[in-house]
Design a protein around this ligand. Structure first.
Ligand code: HEM
Length: 219
């Protein structure tokens, strides 16, 4: 217990927690994105998938929800504490600030993370709870999705959020590989390409849904 507390107290420990919880998040978004693509196979297929998740697989879903919630909370708390630490290390700002690549990445990670959190809260109210979705009907995943994304402003919000997700995944995938020591030292172009590929595939895979709804391809 003592060791665990010491690990969490150290900045390296917090970064490792961020990397591991980030990987949990990446695995979730990949699964979620693939599941969403069933919207192109029609209402019956997507709703059957929804019923499978909330019916026979309900316990699995609750397990996944708990793991995800813990991961998201740890990820945010560690991010917040690391930000406060780096601020405390430089209480007087630079007179002239010429951001380096790394600080640009960490700033987009922080603000992109805040935007993603806002998206997530809205998204749950929209498609899981239904509080901000006038067309919401329990169990009708397809209808709820259409009811939400047929409003152009909401579709644009979803698409912009997926842009933020791409940046977050790119910088996050890259920095977590560095933290965990999988990509030490050299700015290995191959690993950078892997980070870009994950970011682009996930963001495009999600964004095609609101785009298809707006274009009337999914209706
Ligand atoms: C265009 C992008 C997205 C679409 C169209 C979409 C669609 C959906 C739909 C239809 C549901 C409800 C599923 C159901 O009732 O069983 C849902 C739930 C959810 N989505 Fe998304 N999603 C998108 C992006 C994201 C992203 C980027 C994240 C995470 C960062 C995310 C996290 C979640 C979570 C946590 C749930 C609740 C799962 C649960 O516990 O039941 N979604 N999404």
């Amino acid at each position: 217990m003592h060791r665990l507390a010491a690990f969490w107290e150290s900045s390296v420990g917090k970064k490792a927690v961020m990397a591991v919880t980030g990987i949990v998040g990446v695995l979730f978004v990949i699964g979620h994105m693939v599941g969403n693509l069933q919207v192109f196979q029609g209402a019956e297929r997507l709703n059957a998938y929804g019923h499978l998740l909330h019916g026979p697989l309900n316990e699995l879903i609750w397990g996944a929800r708990v793991v995800l919630l813990v991961a998201v909370v740890l990820h945010m708390v560690a991010a917040w504490q690391l930000t406060m630490r780096s601020r405390a290390a430089r209480p007087v700002p630079y007179a002239v600030r010429t951001p380096q690549v790394s600080t640009l990445a960490s700033r987009t990670l922080r603000w992109g993370g805040v935007l993603l959190l806002a998206f997530l809260v809205y998204h749950l109210l929209d498609l899981t709870i239904g509080a901000v979705n006038p067309a919401f009907e329990e169990g009708n995943v397809y209808g709820n999705l259409l009811g939400s994304l047929q409003r152009p402003l909401i579709a644009v919000f979803y698409i912009v959020a997926m842009g933020a997700l791409a940046l977050h995944l790119y910088h996050g995938a890259w920095s977590s590989l560095r933290t965990l020591g999988v990509a030490p030292e050299s700015p290995s172009p191959l690993k950078r390409r892997v980070a870009v590929a994950i970011a682009v595939i996930v963001a495009v895979g999600f964004a095609v849904v609101p785009v298809a709804v707006i274009l009337g391809i999914v209706r």
